[in-house]
Ligand binder design. Sequence first.
Ligand code: 3HC
Ligand code: NAI
Length: 701
Amino acid sequence: MSNALVDLSRDGNVAIITVNNPPVNALSPGVPEGVAAHVATAVADPEVAAIVVIGGGRTFIAGADIREFGKITAGLKPKLDLHPMLNTMEDSPKPIVMAIHGTALGGGLEVAMAGHYRVAVAGAQVGQPEVKLGIIPGAAGTQRLPRLCGVAKAAEMCALGDLIPAPAAAQLGIIDQIIEGDLLAGAVAFAREAAARPIVKVRDRAVAAADVSALRASVAKRMRGQPAAIAAIDAVEAAARLPFAEGIVYEAELFQKCLHSNESKALIHVFFGERTVAKIPGIGKDVAPQVIARAAVIGAGTMGGGIAMNYANAGIPVLLKESTQEALDKGLAAITRNYAGTVKKGRLSQADMDKRLALITPTLSYDGFADADIIVEAVFENMALKQSVFGDIDAIAKPGAILASNTSTLDIDAIAAATKGPEQVIGHHFFSPANVMRLLEIVRGKATSNQVIATSMELAKRLKKVGVLAGNCRGFIGNRMFHQYVREACFLVEEGGTPQEIDGVLYEWGMAMGPLAVIDLAGLDVGYRIRQEFKHTEIAGVRYPFAADVLVEVGRHGHKTRAGFYRYDENRVASPDAAAEAMIRDAARAAGVPQRALQRDEILERCLYALINEGAALLEEGIAIRSVDIDIVYINGYGFPAWRGGPMKYADLVGVRKVYERIEHWHHLRGYHWKPAPLLEKLAREGKTFADYDRAQGGGE
Ligand code: 3HC
Ligand code: NAI
């Protein structure tokens, strides 16, 4: 007997219930009902002595169907209630054995805990990752888990959302047995033996209170702005205080509150967004990615070294070319130092470090470049130099090799023009430090082939990056928007704000760092040089941000000179610097910029709405495919808090019309820079959101 989503079969006296809801067996409508119905059938069948529940395909149950949450919060669907299914299972007089492979996550682990035993293959993982979606477990996870592994561990699992490998879960008491060999056969054998033992329900187990104050304090600091983490701890603690039935009610109250929060809406948007960005309209599965077995990188500076590490980390041999022995030695020393730091922290073994280093071959020549499937250029940001390098590699690369530039601002088409095969040229814009930051902005030129794009998107995954496709323009998605954001931060400091005041407001709002601290870190000279290069594009009479230039011109380049908007000690710890403030103040007076006290809301609005307005312009120009692509860029490359959803989702949550009205307000007051993007104006007028825009493009949630 079976329904489309859940199958019931028999192996002798053991009933086998198989969930078949690919790809991850989420608890979509029909699955809980199907499981409960099959359990009831098996219980009623006199020939059945025990029951096994297993997932078909690649995994056990990966949780509730996340797509349903948006419908629930929009009032289109009733509350999620998995308890009837869970109770049917736990109340079964015949033992139920949960057979786990792949992942038992969220509602999946909650299903597993409503069984009487859990067995798993060694490669399986379990966890309550709901907090990563801004919610807490909502199907008794916070009540059953502490009854298996204790309050302290359960609180940690629910608050941090980390996955636990099956062997560790077995030690914690979450899994009863690791199955070697065939999972189903092992689970059936286990179930037969269990049929002879009395049934113990997880809900009836004792649970003692534990001190979770240290976890609470660390979560409050590390996960600021995310109330779900604290709510998860509250709910787990209640398991030791309240009877099971009351604990469930308490959990449900907290779950509902979290589910309806903006943080949860933002994090769910990000969950799907990270998967959506991999989908490129017009490039289907028929476009087969090229094989990337060997790579070469040119330039072993800040970026080139980190890029080479990414390839080595993915097991891809990589040549690393420099122009002088000195620069090559310096680059390799930085790579070695970097790996050694990871070994010291216990996150990499010495053997793995050696293996990775052995994959990086330093060189001063182009020998071996003809074998590379991809060549990545990371030399200085200078068009003439990049064109000359691309001319060289075009002549030696094998046919079909991808030629990628790590430029952060330059025109990919102009770089491609130096080659005979512009269809092979693409931007691979990594972020600093390249071996750490998750974002890879992939920039398509006008001639870039679909196959080169498809290969780049797939390669991003292999390099453990989130690849986002951008169109070719100055600064692409990320830096073009960042330019507007930093402009406003500089204007604000010129108008009387202190760097720590401006950065403080944005940090407290959720940014990983304030804008001025970020440009100090990146090097104020970098932006300065770019501004000089683009000086000819300035418009007479339009205000120009000078605060950073004033500092650069007296040798304050940020971290690297231990002085920028802040002063830095030998450990690079920042402190406010009256000298920097005085210099900016003097320059502002000389330029006639009126000085005044700034309000928090003005700082926030001017910085964030400048991002949103430029994001809307990028969408309209087709530089970004969807608004969610912009959000993923900002979260993974610029320290934008995921729980705010990214700049465009934030605009949706604030209300596009409201954002538009404020931008109009700043436009009246401040002119040119604040001209509302026509798309923003259109959406506001039509009462639409950026999510609506994405849907109209055939993407998004
Ligand atoms: N609901 C709906 N769709 C889901 C889903 C879920 N729980 N989990 C994954 N998917 C979808 C993905 O969006 C993706 O769709 P796409 O192919 O259309 O883009 C597809 O399934 C495959 O997912 P991945 O690409 O992520 O596949 P991986 O093999 O890389 O990863 C995974 C598998 C580890 C299960 C990962 O998908 C994951 O972490 N999923 C989310 C798990 C989770 O958060 N569960 C808790 C849900 S909340 C809950 O259970 C509440 C409960 O307490 C009441
Ligand atoms: P860097 O100055 O640290 O390194 C550049 C290296 O290229 C130097 O070591 C130099 O010796 C080498 N080089 C120059 N010409 C060469 C040639 N012909 N052959 C071989 N090596 C050569 O510069 P960085 O910061 O690594 O920047 C490199 C590129 O990455 C630039 O295009 C930059 O815009 C981009 N980028 C920089 C980021 C950053 O935060 N530093 C972030 C993202 C992109």
